[in-house]
Design a protein around this ligand. Structure first.
Ligand code: ATP
Length: 221
């Protein structure tokens, strides 16, 4: 199985409480999570990323147990070998496009230098149509250009799991189509699993071998 989880989580905000209980197992490589606003999609993906701890349960991705309450296993986000692209992605404002993309590769305390270059970065700049913007700073970019930089940054470490939360929302139709193909090609090349949250049916049709429909913290399907 590639994806296994059985998790429960209660979130409290004032008088409101949201209860999530999801059980799933699949040998698919790409799964889409679909559902109305507030259904629990981001909550689930945050638990998989290690940013939110389930109250009880188990999360196993590929051969790696990320979380197991009974066995007291809870890997840190950086131990999970994943990349998480989320809606309010933030680029480092003082770093250029190229430096932002290479940031996850940096070793030690220094930021990547502007001259830092390697083949992977050049390829990603090309694939995400960022070559001409390599030396610009985030505030000089449009929303869609920033989104592409954040996607390239997510992929540079060749993660085993790619978590995408509305990855193409800021892009126009044609660019969206091209980038879907690029992301899929990279996914196949680095052989990683993919979980994608999207309200766009075309994203779902393009990527997903299986679709999970969430409603009010439960699986609909
Ligand atoms: N930190 C929190 N504390 C309390 N409740 C929260 C917290 N985060 C989210 N919730 C609640 O949990 C529920 C699920 O939120 P979640 O962000 O997972 O939904 P979603 O399906 O991703 O929605 P959207 O499509 O709008 O992003 C919502 O009712 C939300 O108000």
């Amino acid at each position: 199985m590639n994806f296994i989880w059985n998790v429960q989580k209660t979130l409290l905000a004032g008088q409101r409480s949201f209860q999530l209980h999801l059980e799933y197992a699949s040998s698919c490589k790409s799964v889409a999570i679909f559902g109305p606003s507030g259904a629990g999609k981001t909550t689930l993906i945050k638990m998989i990323a290690g940013l939110l701890q389930p109250d009880i349960g188990l999360i196993k991705i590929g051969s790696c147990v990320f979380f197991d309450k009974k066995q007291k296993i809870n890997l840190k986000p950086q131990q999970r070998n994943l990349a998480y692209f989320f809606q309010s992605y933030s680029l480092f404002p003082h770093l250029t496009v190229q430096q932002n993309i290479s940031f996850p590769l940096k070793k030690g305390i220094f930021n990547p230098t502007k001259k830092y270059n390697n083949l992977e970065i050049s390829l990603l700049l090309e694939r995400f149509e960022l070559v001409n913007l390599a030396h610009q700073y985030p505030h000089e970019l449009s929303g869609g250009q920033q989104q592409r930089v954040a996607l390239a940054r997510a992929l540079i470490t060749k993660p085993k799991l790619l978590l995408l939360d509305e990855p193409f929302s800021m892009l126009d139709y044609q660019l969206r189509k091209r980038l879907r193909s690029e992301v899929k090609a990279i996914q196949q090349q680095i052989n990683c699993l993919l979980l994608i949250i999207s309200h766009d049916q075309e994203d779902v049709d393009f990527f997903a071998e299986d679709v999970l429909i969430l409603e009010n913290g439960k699986l609909k399907k």
